[in-house]
Design a protein around this ligand. Structure first.
Ligand code: DON
Length: 559
């Protein structure tokens, strides 16, 4: 099997295959991921008769090997899934949790000021990982192939190594100083003094060993066995809090997706502890009432309307969203009357300071470097997975002898009211640190149906920018009638209330657009690129086309 598998990957190694093809059409199943190798593994699982869930599990483990800045077993994430046999759509929460010994002010000094880097680097920053439990649950509930077979692809990649492409080589080189702070990570990623070059082979036998334990013993080995021992020992060595009890008590949660309509689309998105579904829902419901016949993609008027709506939604995020097991969202953020009221605050002719925008008040109860992959099969099973270590390479701390990195997800909590996290997001009470609580996320794996039938599935990395990127693709498809690939390649923009500016993808917007936005009172900043969406579209005849965002190294494929 090893030889056949490596042979199958040969064309990839020869061609180098960076940014290969972007859209093709498939009958059996299709997927889009951040890595051409992971996509090829998905194609092989489909070829063996696997369903979308089998593919999602094999790809999840493969990305942990070939895309180690975000693919992971030391982090966590979410999946929104459609089970074709029951037509049920469900949300799987395998988000990290705060260690039991954590406390509200753990990242503040005696003066109440944040201690630099403490919530982002090293053992203090790590939440209790959920990825292994999440992938196991997907397989246990919906998989059709053997668990061991689905992991075997990743084991082979880790043990035999894979050739790094230019993107990966550049990424390893860029993070050398930051990862080398920890002996374990330095040994793993920089076994010699050489600069990484495209075509070099990255072997990770420690990860191979870890994956073999998972293959043999399933969840047990990670949350209670030798791997758990190594996690606890590494974290302890650097003064962190994760204990055996934290690992043994980790549990995934099935949740009801946030669901709403936009035009004729039925949208199913991630509920809290992600803010993704509700904030997308607010933005779409706010813009839905406007006549788009006067708007063009990328026009001043559309960007302004979208950003004004996003500001309102993100203001609510800061106040009302957190782990629903700890904090009750006090009202329905998608309530029709509430959305109409908030819409009154949008002025199409001018913006104002975000400081003048407050989170909406609770209506008086007259009524009451993440990575995303999308997989669909011919039966209509759909799996949208976004999982992450938080920032690239997470906490930068590798677990000794195990070949994988731990996350720095604790930074997604509001470490103090109003203190921005890595993505500039602020929060308070709803998202304060509490033992065993899940930190608020923006990850937005999303499934979209039309007339009850699968239409498309998507998601993205990018922190807070995930939400606006996914929302813009939905608007482009529904309001501007763009095909999926075109919808993905539209220049993106972002506003998240605070910081009070519009982020534009650089070199993508005309000077007139920038001038127009300045005139409306916006502050403009530019970013290299915003998000990296991986999506699958299903046409009326059931043909699937998968699209990987041109902005990243990903690839689309299928059978
Ligand atoms: O859960 C969140 O919202 C963040 N930890 C996601 C981080 C992310 O998307 C990084 N990718 N660029």
């Amino acid at each position: 099997m090893a030889a056949a598998f490596l042979l199958a990957l040969l064309p990839f190694f020869i061609s180098g295959c960076d940014n290969a093809s972007f859209t093709s059409y498939y009958e059996k199943g299709a997927l889009a991921t951040a890595s051409p190798i992971a996509t090829q593994i998905g194609e092989q699982v489909f070829a063996k008769g696997g369903n979308a869930f089998d593919v999602a599990v094999a790809v999840g483990f493969a990305l942990a090997v070939v895309h180690p800045e975000a693919g992971n077993i030391g982090g966590g994430g979410f999946a929104v899934i459609r089970d074709a046999s029951t037509k049920e759509i469900k949300a799987l929460d395998f988000r990290e949790k705060a260690p039991l010994a954590s406390s509200e002010k753990m990242y503040l000094d005696s003066m109440g000021n944040p201690i630099e880097n403490m919530s982002t680097v090293g053992a203090d920053a790590c939440g209790v990982p959920g990825t292994v439990a999440g992938l196991y649950e997907l397989w246990k509930e919906h998989g059709s192939m053997k668990w061991s077979e689905l992991i075997s692809y990743a084991i082979l990649l880790a043990d035999s190594g894979f050739m790094v492409n230019s993107y990966q080589a550049e990424s390893f080189n860029k993070y050398r100083d930051r990862l080398s702070v920890f002996d374990e990570s330095s040994r793993l990623f920089y076994p010699n003094a050489n600069i990484w070059q495209e075509g070099d082979t990255f072997v990770n036998r420690d990860l191979g060993w870890t994956l073999v334990q998972l293959e043999k013993d399933g969840l047990e080995s990670f949350y209670a066995g030798e791997i758990a021992d190594s996690i606890v020992a590494t974290v302890k060595r650097y003064g962190g809090l994760i204990s055996h009890e934290d690992l043994a008590s980790y549990q995934i949660k099935w949740r009801k997706p946030v669901s709403f309509t936009f035009d004729s689309l039925q949208i199913y998105a991630m509920p809290p502890p992600s803010s993704g579904g509700l904030i997308m829902g607010q933005i779409l419901k706010l813009v839905e009432a406007y006549d788009f016949s006067i708007y063009k993609p990328g026009s001043i008027e559309y960007i302004h309307l979208f950003c004004e709506s996003a500001r309102l939604a993100f203001a609510d995020r800061s106040e009302y969203l957190g782990d629903p097991d700890f904090y009750n969202i006090p009202f329905d953020l998608l309530d029709k009357n509430y959305i109409s009221e908030r819409r009154q605050l949008i002025n199409l002719n001018q913006t104002n300071s975000s400081l003048e925008i407050l989170p909406g008040s609770i209506p008086i109860p007259e009524s009451g470097q993440t990575t995303h992959y999308s997989v669909v099969d011919a039966e209509g099973n759909m799996v949208a997975v976004t999982y992450t270590l938080n920032s690239s390479y997470g906490s930068k701390l590798a677990v000794n002898g195990c070949g994988f990195l731990l996350n720095n997800e604790m930074d997604d909590f509001a470490i103090a009211p109003g203190v921005p996290n890595l993505y500039g997001l602020v929060g308070g009470e709803a998202n304060k640190i509490e033992p065993a609580k899940r930190m608020l996320s923006s990850m937005s794996p999303t499934i979209i149906l039309k007339g009850g039938e699968p239409l498309f599935i998507l998601g993205s990395p990018g922190g807070s920018q995930i939400i606006t990127a996914v929302t813009q693709v939905i608007v482009s498809l529904s309001r501007f009638n763009l095909p999926l690939e075109k919808a993905l390649s539209q220049p993106r923009f972002h506003h998240q209330w605070l910081p009070d500016n519009i982020l534009l993808e650089e070199k993508s917007f005309d000077i007139n657009v920038k001038q127009g936005l300045l005139k409306l009172g916006h502050i403009i900043k530019e970013a290299d690129m915003l998000s990296e969406i991986h999506a699958v579209y299903i046409d009326g005849a059931g043909l699937m086309s998968a699209t990987a965002d041109r902005r990243g190294p990903g690839s689309a494929g299928g059978q």
